[in-house]
Write a protein that binds this ligand. Structure first.
Ligand SMILES: [Zn+2]
Ligand SMILES: [Zn+2]
Length: 354
């Protein structure tokens, strides 16, 4: 079965071809169909900002490392007991690449993100098929295409970020980073009643996209004075919620200074393993009482992500589509930053969207 994988560890941005990380289409065996499993013929699988980190060996260095966790498709086969959620062959679905076992201590304590068996069903989805446990699979709402359905997983991350931000209607909100997670989080925070909603992003096209999708303001942190603009927008008080979706060490520090007293700052991205934020405890935790938090994965968020999918504007996030066999080119386009998101078409599936 053709599967997109990291075939050599290294930075995909390395100018030296001999040490650059490499992506390839390799042959992986199809996973067995257990009694509670669902086999999905994959329609679309989107490239994630975390995929280049995998190429750098963040989660292990044994190649090939199969990729793909943002996918949609059609149910092709069901295990004999996979009937608890009413899934049927032919259903259009998307889902969670992680299975929360429900049995281990963290799962039983309501903290599925720390499930001790979280990797058991984490299988590469940039492939012709993927086989998941039925608890990972969600039927797409009518009217949501398979292409838009591939955005369910990043939407779940935006929902989780909103959960961690503990937003109240009327809160002033800034989001740093206009990639897919930042753009989705912007739309989700808008639904949550965000005001003075500000996108901080150096790329002009991404700032403009945010303004089209509900941002009230946009700041270019490279050519503009982020601190004074943020003060102007918030009457000198700062933002009640500051969200980083950039993962950029250059951006991380300044976000503490645009946060209001009592604000919540969500570092909602992946960061270089060696990066350390310098944190003046007297300024930020004593005098300002900031709450700092982050997001690892998105438990309890998928049903709600599914609910909001029909309300989101997803056309601009799904405009760059490449065939599975062109995965190498698709990753090059992803790295170039030309499109906010790049999607692979893993099978050509006809669908009727009502
Ligand atoms: Zn992702
Ligand atoms: Zn568990």
């Amino acid at each position: 079965m053709r599967t997109v994988a990291v075939t050599r560890i290294g930075s995909l941005r390395d100018p030296d071809e001999s040490t650059r990380g490499r992506i390839g289409v390799v042959d992986f065996p199809e996973q067995p169909l257990g009694p509670e499993d669902v086999r999905i013929r994959v329609a679309y699988s989107a490239i994630c900002g975390s995929d280049p980190h995998l190429a750098e060996g963040f989660f292990g260095t044994d190649v090939p490392i199969g990729l793909g966790h943002e996918l949609s498709g059609v149910v092709e086969a069901l295990g004999e007991r996979a009937h608890r959620n009413g899934l049927k062959i032919g259903d259009r679905v998307a889902g969670n690449f992680l299975r929360f076992c429900g049995t281990c201590r963290p799962c039983q304590e309501g903290r599925q993100q720390f499930c001790e068996h979280i990797q058991d069903y984490n299988r590469p989805g940039m492939a012709e098929t993927v086989t998941w446990h039925e608890s990972q699979v969600y039927r797409l709402p009518d009217g949501v295409s398979l292409l838009h359905g591939s955005i369910l997983e990043p939407t779940s991350v935006a929902v989780r970020i909103a959960d961690k931000a503990r937003a109240r209607v009327g809160d002033r909100v800034a989001i740093c980073g206009g990639g897919p997670i930042g753009q989705l989080t912007l739309q989700v925070m808008k639904m949550n009643g965000a005001t003075s909603l500000t996108m901080i992003e150096p790329i002009a096209e991404r700032r403009e996209m945010a303004l089209r999708h509900g941002a009230d303001f946009a700041i270019d942190p490279v050519t503009e004075d982020q601190g004074s603009l943020a003060a102007e927008i918030t009457d000198g008080r700062g933002y009640d919620i500051v969200i980083d979706a950039s993962g950029s060490p250059r951006a991380a520090q300044g976000l503490l200074d645009i946060a209001a007293k009592g604000a919540t700052v969500v570092y909602g991205a992946m960061y270089p393993a060696s990066y350390e934020l310098s944190l003046n405890l007297s300024d930020y935790l004593y005098l300002k009482e900031l709450t700092l938090t982050g997001v690892f994965v998105s438990p309890y968020a998928f049903p709600r992500a599914l609910q909001i999918l029909p309300y989101l504007q997803l056309d601009e996030l799904t405009q760059a589509v490449y065939d599975l066999d062109d995965a190498v080119e698709a990753f090059a386009v992803h790295i170039s930053g030309r499109f906010p998101k790049v999607v692979l078409r893993c099978n050509d599936i006809d669908e009727e969207v009502r």
